[in-house]
Design a protein around this ligand. Structure first.
Ligand code: GLU
Length: 420
């Protein structure tokens, strides 16, 4: 299994980051191995009836990295490239993210190799319900609490909740987070990840002495994370000059109107063709001179070819794992880019998921302002903890964030001891 996982380039990347951090922390071999490997790797074959009458079998995965600090937490992704190794990498990152934020969770991730863009709503619903049915023995408010990720949304969570509640015979809101608000989802959850990305990016700007209203940004990816990050940045006064999605990239030197752009994307499915913009090459977009570059799409978007060409001051990682270790080394060597690593930058989503779970357990609901204020407080203190650690230990921000998260997990493992 070790070899199978390491054959996946995203898992190999997560494992390399872990080993570098473990070396830095001088972690003993025994606890290092226990922290590194996932506890449970689940694979499901999911046969469903397609609209044309065919039966198609999809493969679904759920990886629970470790359960030492509480239930595991993480999204479910629908994307053609989903495979076990990738899901395991994302579960590992969730683990360090939850620990860094001091949320009482381990990390998990799930996914189905499918293309939701080419499936009808009925096909997506049948696939989700089948996956939920298979997952039921392994999820629950005390075990594993799924949430949306790429290609899934509040509706997906509502179908999972429906399967779990139908089987239980009563409503079980705590089985998933990122649900619709009318089904006891949390206010603020939909925009939470993007809101957190924008909050962290403007905090970095103020550390650099740059005012939001004098700054500019480029966003790669215009899904739930990228579009909300762009909108919040615009509301903060930042000029969002360029964005991209799977269809291509657009640019407006005077700043894009993100509210109008979001409406355009809802209608047409892509940013391409937005009237108040010109077309730009998606790779070129990432190399434009702006204050903030926020990669909010897939992992490994910034590699060693791109890293020397970046002209941003703040790299705000909205996606999970967008920068390869080779690119990381180049960025660190350059020393002119303020990196906000993924485990902190996109932690707004899981943090508000945690707030949603707490509200569900308490049968209580908070206002959107309460939720976002609590989120900002937690992000601000974690951001400052990471920067102080990096300054004190003379290391990069990624190493600092991962070290804080991994140490939290390793300490718990040591204190609990080895069973039996
Ligand atoms: N999918 C999101 C992430 O990667 C959120 C996970 C959650 O809310 O549990 O952080």
């Amino acid at each position: 299994m070790r070899e199978t996982l390491l054959a996946n380039q995203t898992f190999a990347m997560a494992a390399e980051q872990f080993e570098q951090t473990a070396d830095f922390l001088d972690l003993e071999q025994e606890v290092r191995e226990r922290c590194k490997w996932p506890k449970r790797l689940l694979t499901f074959s999911l046969p469903i009836r397609m609209d044309d009458g065919r039966t198609e079998v999809f493969f679904g995965y759920r990886v629970q990295h470790h359960l030492s600090r509480g239930p595991v937490k993480g999204g479910i992704r629908y994307h053609p490239d989903v495979e076990l190794g990738e899901v395991a990498a994302l579960a590992m990152w969730m683990n360090w993210k939850c620990a860094l934020m001091k949320l009482p969770y381990g990390g998990a991730k799930g996914g189905i190799a499918c293309n939701p863009r080419e499936m009808s709503r009925g096909e997506q619903e049948r696939l989700t319900r089948r996956f939920a049915q298979e997952l039921l023995p392994f999820i629950g408010e005390n075990i594993d609490v799924p949430a949306p990720d790429m290609g899934t949304n509040a509706q997906t969570m509502a179908w999972i909740l429906d399967v779990a509640s139908t089987q239980a015979g009563y409503l079980v809101p705590g089985v998933v987070t990122g649900k619709p608000v009318e089904l006891q989802g949390s206010k603020g959850r939909t925009q939470a990840t993007g809101h957190g990305v924008a909050f962290a990016a403007t905090r970095a700007l103020s550390r650099l002495g740059i005012k939001a209203k004098d700054s500019s940004a480029v966003i790669q990816g215009f899904g739930n994370v990228g579009s909300h990050a762009a909108e919040t940045l615009m509301f903060d006064g930042v000029s969002v000059k360029g964005v991209s999605d799977v269809g291509g990239a657009i640019w407006n030197d005077g700043g894009l109107d993100i509210v109008k752009l979001r409406a355009y994307v809802r209608e047409t499915g892509s940013v391409v063709g937005f009237p108040e913009s010109e077309v730009i090459d998606p790779q070129e977009l990432l190399c434009q001179e702006v204050d903030i570059l926020a990669p909010c799409a897939m992992e490994r978007a910034i590699g060693k070819e791109l890293a020397p060409k970046l002209r941003c001051k703040v790299l705000a990682e909205g996606a999970n794992g967008p920068t390869t270790p080779e690119a990381d080394a180049i960025i660190e060597e350059r020393g002119d880019i303020f990196l906000i690593p993924d485990v902190l930058c996109n932690a707004g989503g899981v943090t508000v998921s945690y707030f949603e779970w707490v509200q569900n357990l308490q049968r209580f609901s908070w206002t959107e302002r309460e939720v976002l204020t609590k989120l900002e407080t937690l992000l601000a203190s974690t951001f400052d903890r990471m920067v102080s650690f990096a300054e004190a230990r003379k290391c990069g921000h990624r190493l600092a964030a991962l070290a804080l998260g991994i140490k939290e997990v390793a300490d718990v493992k040591k204190t609990r001891g080895l069973y039996p």
